[in-house]
Design a protein around this ligand. Structure first.
Ligand SMILES: [Zn+2]
Length: 116
């Protein structure tokens, strides 16, 4: 199968690297949670030491979301649709893809809805 996009390979590599980095960071947040969780944490949900938990929850959620987005972009490349906006079907544009390898929508759709 021929790849119509000469930059497709470098974008795939870029996305794989980003996915690996995100998994690494998620792993570290998990570890951080484990190390910082008080021993009795499992038995007492209302401990004040849990105060930093929401921050970690938020960080982890945002990392997981980024990973999802990277995976989605990677999947779309695998399907041969990586260059096209998932909303309007227009070409996303090489400049945008270079700046945001995980973008799955064109600039005009992205500015109307959720980021990237
Ligand atoms: Zn679009």
């Amino acid at each position: 199968m021929q790849d119509p996009n000469p930059d497709g390979d470098s974008r795939r590599i870029e996305l794989d690297m980003q996915a690996a980095q995100l998994r690494d960071r998620i792993e570290r947040v998990h570890l951080h949670r484990l190390l910082n969780a008080p021993l009795e944490d499992a038995y007492s949900e209302s401990l004040s030491e849990r105060a930093n938990q929401p921050v970690l929850d938020e960080l982890e959620a945002s990392l997981a979301e980024q990973l999802q987005q990277v995976k989605r972009a990677r999947q779309r490349i695998a399907e041969g649709a990586g260059d096209y906006c998932e909303h309007c079907g227009e070409r996303i544009g090489i400049d945008r893809l270079k700046a945001l390898p995980y973008a799955t929508s064109c600039l005009s759709c992205a500015s109307h809805s959720a980021p990237a």
